[in-house]
Write a protein that binds this ligand. Structure first.
Ligand code: CAO
Length: 424
């Protein structure tokens, strides 16, 4: 038994933000029925393809454990099928451009009429306000949610992050909204609307930067390297390079091999509690009692110089040797791991965080499994569906259409041509 077994999701999501949400719900056991346009499908099936005529990794890695039905929801018979799906499902998830479902004839009011228990969950770029009608992609959200203005180096332009906080981050927010609404429905008996706006999701993940914005009114941000470098602060939270962003100063320093290996670096945190151990490790035992270094407050104006000294030591070791030396001394640090190293890391394979999946037309590929582990709800990763692979199965078994009715639906053009079957 899985945590969300018995919950049926009508999945109208596409690209990245919505699909990450429904993939998580599927891993927790929900039956996720992905609705796609006949002959077209989710645009990502064909984007960034590495193998001709095969679903892209962009698609496969975001759509595990789902079933796919092709349905033209602008066709009259297609609308009839969609009505039946709305009546049958617990949750509708969508991340269309604003207004698309209304234009299809499925407004929130109409959905409530069809199924008052329905939870209607949306990702949008912006919440209500001046930008509510805008289309939004990942980096637009990172830029408008405070991520880009606070990322990068002080002397460089704003920078977006490799972590997809706008898309996958908002998908996570939406998933929490959905299970919360399902929990409330247990008591109220009613569905509700759930909205996760990408700007809001990014801002939520950047809340420490809004913290710093307000602290600026009371003086310089002393834990930022620029304070030690004597560079004055402006009106807004600045870009902080690799500063830790917390009360324990940290920085990325070079390790042995940095000249040729772009990832021969380690993140090193000078946690106050283990300052003595750090001093011994880097060959500066005299700093332990030196009034200029002994207390965290005294070190704030010397953070860049301290990390230069730490780097003189880390440059003599590989990033893994630094980790091995620091861990027994309780000094927090993290090697900069490349995607290649992560893909090959045995411990991540053992926990199911990195999983090898077999796909009928692609062969094997690697994906990231469920990062949230429940002790009583195991997550297995099942390959993504081919376009329309489960159309007949859903029409027959979920919606109760007879074979003759399926033929009627097909001849109306609502579900497209018979779909390619998955080669087993
Ligand atoms: N049958 C018939 N029509 C369908 C259909 C189906 N099964 N599925 C989708 N469509 C139609 C929609 O109804 C819409 O038609 P209208 O424009 O006539 O209403 C059309 O397909 C296109 O939908 P869209 O506007 O959402 O798609 P787009 O490619 O133009 O925009 C995106 C993509 C992501 C910019 C936009 O969907 C969006 O802003 N979404 C909200 C924010 C979001 O999730 N962004 C993250 C995306 S990942 O980076």
């Amino acid at each position: 038994m899985k945590a969300l077994e018995g919950v049926r999701i009508l999945d109208f999501t596409h690209v990245q933000s919505g699909p990450t949400c429904t993939q998580l719900l599927a891993w927790f056991g929900a039956d996720v029925i992905k609705v796609e346009r006949p002959g077209v499908g989710d645009a990502t099936r064909g984007q960034l393809r590495d193998i001709p005529d095969v679903d892209s990794l962009y698609f496969t890695m975001l759509n595990h454990n789902k079933r796919s039905i092709t349905l033209n929801t602008k066709n009259e018979t297609g609308k009839e099928v969609l009505e039946r799906l709305v009546k049958t499902c617990d949750v509708l998830v969508e991340n269309f451009a604003p207004g698309a479902l209304d234009r299809m004839g499925f407004s929130w009011e109409r959905i409530q009429e069809l199924n008052p228990r329905m939870i209607y969950a949306s990702v949008k770029g912006f919440g209500p306000g001046p930008y509510e009608d805008c289309k939004v992609y990942e980096n637009v959200a990172q830029c408008t949610g405070g991520g880009a203005s606070t990322t990068g180096f002080l002397d460089g332009p704003p920078m977006v992050s490799g972590a997809q906080i706008g898309d996958s981050g908002t998908g996570l927010h939406l998933a929490l909204g959905i299970v919360t609404a399902l929990f409330q429905r247990e008591r109220s008996g009613r569905g509700q609307k759930v909205l996760a706006a990408m700007q809001d999701g990014v801002l939520n993940l950047c809340r420490v930067k809004l913290r710093d914005q307000q602290r600026l009114q009371h003086g310089p941000l002393k834990e930022y390297s620029q304070y030690g470098q004597g560079i004055p602060f402006g009106a807004a939270t600045p870009r902080a390079g690799n500063d830790s962003g917390g009360g324990q100063p940290g920085w990325i320093v070079k390790c042995k091999g940095w000249e040729s290996d772009p990832n021969a670096y380690v993140y090193f945190i000078t946690q106050a509690a283990v300052w003595g151990n750090i001093c011994d490790l880097i060959g500066k035992p005299e700093w332990k009692d030196d009034p200029g270094y002994a207390k965290p407050e005294a070190r704030l104006d010397k953070i860049p110089q301290i990390f230069d000294t730490i780097e003189d030591w880390t440059k003599t070791k590989t990033k893994f040797e630094v980790m091995e030396a620091c861990n027994p001394l309780n000094i927090p640090c993290g090697p900069i791991l490349s995607m290649k190293e992560l893909a090959e890391e045995p411990s991540l394979r053992e926990t199911g965080t990195i999983v090898e999946v077999d796909h009928p037309t692609r062969g094997t590929y690697l994906t990231v499994g469920n990062p949230i582990k429940l002790s009583d709800s195991p997550s297995e990763v099942i390959r993504s569906p081919l376009l329309g692979e489960h159309t007949e199965e859903i029409l027959n078994e979920v919606l109760g259409y007879s074979d003759e009715e399926v033929e009627r639906i097909r001849s109306s053009g609502a579900i497209g041509a018979p779909t390619a079957q998955a080669a087993e």
